[in-house]
Design a protein around this ligand. Structure first.
Ligand code: NDP
Length: 302
């Protein structure tokens, strides 16, 4: 077997491993095979076997995964990543890089980076935006926290699934930006639902109202994409769980508190998304959060 030149730079002797084959991880792991042989691990092992059959990856045990040069994770929260780091730590290869694409917590990122450094492993927080469709298309936005030199070494991996890959600061910064991004998305979604509910109560037709908003200054990604594709047609099928969005806004709220910031709109959004999670459901698609606003106004946004 050919020895790789340097564990940091991506070379043909290297192997990647992807842990967490959910809505995002499944297509992201598939893209990695364009660059490197890719091991996959999933809590429900059958999904890893299926992934191997579908995309030419290789289903692996945790001890096999620990020997990879690049380990990527995409799990619900930092808590699940903590657990995997604890399990893999004794077997990790010095010089390898752990890239966490979970929408995690900046404090966890800093703790995890310090823990991995004890084994000579570098850590990057690299959460993504763009949803399962962006992941399939390989056009995700990847917001990366960590040392610039490490990011440049792994950039080819990130670009297999990322259309825009940007360093946003030191370890933890990627998670911080992602939390704000998703809180803004939640704010736009809920405030648009409020606006359209009021318009419906006034007897306005929603589709032309949305069309003209989308040609006006009140538009957003929620108005341009989410309402048309998932709300007005009642499909609610963007494949991003409401519980995960509420988690992200909760992280943003904790970050506001940590720096003693003043962000009442973000705080309100975090609380409203928590309320929606409790009233509409945690596993349901996040676009169904508008059903809480519908109930407040006794209207359906259709
Ligand atoms: P999914 O719910 O689709 O998948 C979750 C994955 O995590 C599955 O592979 C699941 O395994 C695994 N998992 C859950 N609990 C554990 C555990 N205790 N131990 C080990 N593995 C576990 O999530 P998504 O792919 O939607 O989201 C993943 C991350 O990406 C989240 O942080 C989310 O906020 C973020 N994200 C999601 C986007 C989306 O549009 N869906 C967009 C951008 C970011 P199993 O198959 O066994 O259940």
């Amino acid at each position: 077997m050919t020895e790789s030149v340097s564990l940091g730079a991506v070379s043909s002797g290297h192997r990647a491993a992807f842990l967490g084959l959910g809505a995002m991880g499944t297509p992201m792991a598939a893209h990695l095979t364009a660059l490197l042989p890719t091991l996959v691990w999933n809590r429900t092992a059958a999904k890893a076997e299926q992934h191997a059959a579908d995309y030419g990856t290789q289903a692996a045990t945790l001890s096999e995964v620990a020997q990879a040069d690049f380990i990527l994770t995409c799990l619900p929260t930092s808590a699940e990543v903590d657990s995997l780091i604890d399990q893999l730590l004794p077997d990790l290869k010095s010089g390898s890089v752990w890239i966490d694409c979970t929408s995690g917590h900046p404090d966890a990122a800093r703790r995890q980076a310090a823990q991995l450094a004890t084994r000579g492993v570098a850590f990057l927080d690299a959460p993504v935006s763009g949803g399962p469709l962006g992941a399939k298309a390989g056009t995700l936005s990847v917001m990366v926290g960590g040392a610039a030199s490490v990011i440049e070494r792994v950039r080819p991996l990130l670009e297999t699934f990322g259309g825009t890959v940007l360093r946003v600061g030191d370890v933890g910064s990627g998670f911080a930006v992602k939390a704000i991004n998703n809180t803004l998305m939640g704010l736009h979604l809920l405030s648009l639902a409020e606006g359209l509910a009021v318009l419906k109560l006034q007897g306005v037709d929603l589709q032309p109202a949305l069309d003209i908003l989308n040609a006006s200054s009140g538009r957003s990604f929620s108005s341009e994409a989410k309402f048309t594709q998932h709300v007005l047609n009642r499909k609610f099928a963007a494949n991003f769980a409401l519980g995960l969005l509420a988690k992200d806004a909760g992280i943003a709220l904790e970050n506001v508190q940590a720096v003693k910031g003043s962000a009442p709109l973000l705080a309100q959004t975090a609380m409203l998304l928590r309320a929606a999670q409790h009233t509409v459901g945690s596993e349901i698609d996040h676009t169904a959060a508008v059903q809480m606003v519908e109930a407040w106004n006794n209207v359906e946004l259709s």
